[in-house]
Design a protein around this ligand. Structure first.
Ligand SMILES: Nc1ncnc2c1ncn2[C@@H]1O[C@H](COP(=O)(O)OP(=O)(O)OP(=O)(O)O)[C@@H](O)[C@H]1O
Length: 263
């Protein structure tokens, strides 16, 4: 089932300071929304409220119209899949065992995986290209391989909403593109934090831009990614060009000093 995600007036106060301030946005069913913004702007904090590692000080998050606070922890785990930053594998499970953990919210008690559960895990491992690692202990995986195992676990969970915090970290270029293509074609409702604005523009239907805990722009990549926004929000001067094939905006950076008045 495809559902929407609604973030409504979300505020998180820590130590008397609003690090996320009255943020409201929607992710339409089956679309990909990118959360972008400078370091410390509040992106991970918003995601943590969506996968409920954190309860907001004020505001509501709804999945398919249901307030997260009204759902049981098990229901939330069934409906929302999360790929967080810095998830480390502490136990030497195999790849296959880690991916199988994605089915836990759907199992009763200690019931074993069914053939259908195993088929979903196999499909998830195949989709992210880690099926050849199924018997490997995860402590021996490279950073990119481990990241893909975590993505397979989130897909095996079959959530309605998938939230991902910088999922392209550790991935080489081909795997970054493969992952973003997979998110786009998954049919899931996706909220993803990305630092690479060019990948964000290519992969996301809409972008939400955070700055100092506030939502300062939202819309299609073409509406949002302007030279003026890059200057005011990110403090960089860069030119925006249209991708010749995909027609999405792309940011051209330069390391040289620009004369006043040029982007
Ligand atoms: N527990 C906490 N106590 C105090 N401040 C915190 C706490 N957690 C986060 N912050 C602050 O809140 C702000 C937002 O943090 P957050 O991790 O959401 O930013 P971000 O946009 O994801 O950053 P980055 O791009 O660097 O990952 C930062 O200034 C951070 O230092």
């Amino acid at each position: 089932m495809t559902v929407d995600l609604n973030v409504d007036s979300l505020t998180v106060e820590l130590s008397g300071r609003a690090i996320v301030d009255a943020i409201t946005f929607d992710v339409e069913p089956g679309t990909v929304v990118g959360l972008v913004g400078p370091n410390g702007s509040g992106k991970s904090t918003v995601l943590r409220c969506v996968y409920r590692a954190l309860r907001p000080s004020r505001g509501v998050v709804r999945v398919g119209g249901a307030d997260l606070d009204a759902l049981s922890a098990r229901d939330r785990a069934r409906r929302i899949g999360a790929l967080t930053q810095n998830s480390t594998g502490e136990l030497d499970f195999t790849t296959e065992e880690v991916v199988a953990l994605g089915r836990s919210p759907h199992l009763r008690g200690n019931a074993p995986l069914t053939a259908a559960d195993r088929a979903l895990c196999d499909e998830a491992m195949r989709q992210v290209g880690v099926d050849h690692l199924r018997g490997r202990g995860v402590l021996s995986l490279s950073g990119g391989e481990w990241q893909r195992v975590l993505i397979a676990r989130a897909l095996a969970q079959q959530p309605e909403v998938l939230v991902l915090d910088e999922p392209t970290n550790h991935l080489d270029l081909r795997h970054q593109l493969d992952l973003l293509r997979l998110l786009r074609s998954s049919g899931l409702t996706v909220l993803v934090v990305l630092h690479d604005l060019n990948l964000a523009a290519a992969a996301c239907d809409r972008l939400c831009v955070l700055s100092h805990g506030e939502l300062v722009a939202s819309g299609t990549p073409a509406e949002v990614l302007t030279e003026s926004l890059l200057s005011t929000v990110f403090g960089v001067r860069a030119a925006i060009v249209e991708h010749p094939v995909d027609r999405v905006p792309q940011v051209l950076h330069s390391l040289s000093d620009h004369p006043e008045g040029t982007p």
